[in-house]
Ligand binder design. Structure first.
Ligand code: TYD
Length: 145
């Protein structure tokens, strides 16, 4: 039987992954090569930028998608929610990414001016993979509570 990610997801499985850093007097460089150390095959990269002050992003969950969220410039908060527990993670280092597993509601907020949010994703864009209404998310996770 297919595992329902909305019933198995936990914010405790969303963790910071450190990316390789090369630090030099003339500046630093971070690299991801052949997925290492990311625990999914990268099929997509996108980034959000020019986010007006006070705006939020996200506000949805995914059924199958894994993501690694990186503040490649500036900082922002990621509020993750498994339907039972919530946690807020501040991202402010271009060499650290937050792994978000399937079945997790996320809201990104408190963007600093000029912040850039880069996301590595395990699947191609698929609107059918999204749950965009929080009431639907609460319904999908209700057996956890
Ligand atoms: P969305 O995932 O809701 O953005 P965020 O989580 O940053 O708030 O996507 C916003 C819009 O962009 C939505 O209308 C679909 C489009 N989009 C794509 O076409 N391809 C993509 O890979 C992504 C992430 C979004």
């Amino acid at each position: 039987m297919e595992v329902n990610p909305y019933l198995t997801s936990s914010v405790d499985n969303c963790r910071i992954i450190e990316l390789a850093q090369h630090r030099h007097a003339n500046g630093n460089l971070t690299v991801v090569e052949d997925n290492d150390p990311i625990p999914f095959k990268i099929r997509r990269l996108y980034y959000t930028y020019d986010i007006p002050g006070g705006e939020e992003r996200g506000g949805h969950s995914h059924r199958a998608l894994y993501q690694l969220v990186v503040a490649i410039s500036g900082s922002f908060d990621v509020v993750i929610d498994d339907g039972k527990q919530q946690r807020t993670v501040t991202l402010d280092r271009p060499y650290q990414g937050l792994l978000i597993t399937p079945g997790i509601w996320r809201v990104l907020n408190n963007f600093t001016s000029g912040a850039v949010c880069m996301v590595l994703a395990s699947e191609h864009y698929d609107e059918d993979d999204y749950t965009r209404e929080y009431s639907d998310f609460l319904e999908l996770t209700k057996d956890k509570r």
